[in-house]
Ligand binder design. Structure first.
Ligand SMILES: C[S@@+](CC[C@H](N)C(=O)[O-])C[C@H]1O[C@@H](n2cnc3c(N)ncnc32)[C@H](O)[C@@H]1O
Ligand code: SF4
Length: 421
């Protein structure tokens, strides 16, 4: 019922969500925004991973670096020396290009103004003391480590290329170096996982007191290896009932240990700033498969590294665009505020000049009628534990239906043409 409701408000009751072929010539940004760089290289391919990546090789990575710099310069010609609020470097495994990051950052700083958040993600299989020293030296101040689990059994199940000891060592090395925000990613709801096992992972994680802990349920995207495996072998995933218990366990345990929810999936220690690569209102993305969102259009770069390298020589590597109406822009805004589990009413008025109840009165009244709200004043609406659970389920639905549909179309065809969601 909730997912149908979300689907109704996000698609059928508004303009159609359709991507068309585009070269992004009309891309224009007049708002405060963030930057994203997608580094599409990994040394091993995790079977559950939905992101665009190819096997690392030095020669290809050097051609990629030159193309990335060309792409950054191409944007700076249009945007001028624009100020950006943050830079997130994701992937893939960005720290595989450790020797190139300094020059990439230098180029970003030559082209744009950037002095707040410079964030990167990495994995225990790749991070070392020397790499951490380089990251600190070049000014990276936010870092996210994809541990997934501290239990060998689950690391093996999901095909990770490191041991639980190595994961613990990576956490200790990062903890020692005092980043502004250090996030640990965990995955839960593995096939066959039970509550005591999840609790064990949470206990190990809080024992290192990272600034932020992010717990994702295992998504089985239909086009990922694990998604196909699930279909063929009927891999037994935890039931909805067990997942709900897990979700509440995470919430209660982390709140008892001094963490406060900062999104449907993340919790932060007090006075720490969230590592969040997805919740910026507007952003420009570089690299294959990166997305850009300007408020007027949503753009995807081609997902193929070969096409990316070829195209960047002449123009931006954008493959598709969805025009965004004012109504859709407001919907996206609401979607990401629900993701953050707090709806700042006054900020809506400041951003859009309207009262949020005039635009989304029905949605907000429904959320309240379902008993999803913890508190409301004229500043913001804060969701409660139950509300967060349902938003998390709606996010799963959204990821598996909408995101999956776009990404699988792009993974099949570098220039996919029309995609209707
Ligand atoms: C871009 S990924 C990976 C960063 C890094 N390459 C790694 O593997 O640790 C960022 C995070 O997304 C999460 N993630 C990736 N695929 C997922 C899936 N199928 N289900 C749930 N979480 C997933 C993982 O927690 C991961 O740390
Ligand atoms: S999960 Fe991380 S390391 Fe594994 S394939 Fe995906 S991006 Fe690469």
């Amino acid at each position: 019922m909730i997912t149908k409701f979300i689907k109704d408000i996000f698609s059928e009751k508004t303009d159609e969500f359709i991507f068309y072929s585009s070269t992004g010539e009309d891309l224009y940004l007049d708002k405060e925004a963030g930057l994203y760089i997608h580094i599409p290289f990994c040394k091993s391919m995790c079977p559950y991973c939905p992101y665009y990546k190819v096997f690392y090789n030095k020669e290809l990575s050097q051609r990629f670096k030159s193309s990335l710099i060309s792409e950054i310069k191409e944007y700076s010609k249009k945007l001028g020396k624009k100020y950006f609020t943050s830079l997130y470097i994701g992937g893939g495994t960005p720290t595989l290009l450790i020797e190139d990051l300094e020059i990439i950052l230098k180029e970003i700083r030559n082209c744009f103004e950037l002095n707040e958040i410079i964030a990167i993600e990495t994995t225990p299989g790749d991070i070392t003391r020397d790499k951490i020293n380089i990251l600190k030296d070049i000014g990276i101040n936010y870092i996210s480590l994809g541990v997934q689990s501290f239990q060998q059994k689950y690391l093996t199940l999901i095909g990770r290329n490191y041991t639980s000891d190595r994961a613990i060592n990576a956490v200790k090395l990062l903890k020692d170096r005092d980043f502004d925000t250090f996030n640990i990613d965990l995955i839960f709801a593995y096939p066959g996982e039970n509550l005591p096992e999840l609790l064990k992972d949470l206990q190990t994680t809080v024992s290192f007191s990272p600034d932020q802990i992010t717990c994702y349920p295992l998504f089985t995207f239909p086009y990922s290896t694990i998604g196909k495996y699930k279909k063929i072998k009927k891999l037994k995933m935890p039931s909805h009932f067990v997942r709900r218990k897990m979700y509440y366990l995470i919430h209660d345990f982390l709140e008892e240990h001094g963490y406060k929810r900062s999104s449907v999936w993340s919790f932060n220690r007090k006075k720490t700033k969230p590592y969040s690569s997805v919740t910026r209102d507007y952003y420009i993305g570089f690299g294959p498969s990166a997305a850009s969102y300007t408020g007027k259009g949503f753009y995807f770069n081609t997902f193929s590294i070969d096409e990316y390298l070829k195209t960047v020589k002449q123009r931006k590597p954008i493959a598709s665009e969805m025009k965004v109406s004012k109504k859709m822009e407001k919907l996206f805004w609401l979607y990401w505020r629900l993701y953050e589990t707090v709806i700042p009413i006054k900020r809506y008025k400041k951003s859009f000049g309207e009262d949020i109840y005039a635009d989304f009165g029905m949605v907000l009244r429904t959320i309240k009628a379902f008993g999803f709200v913890q508190s409301e004043d004229d500043g913001s609406i804060v969701l409660n534990k139950r509300g967060c659970l349902w938003i998390h389920l709606a996010q799963n639905y959204f990821a598996l239906n909408y995101v999956s549909k776009i990404w699988s179309a792009f993974q099949k065809n570098p220039w996919p043409g029309r995609i209707k969601l």
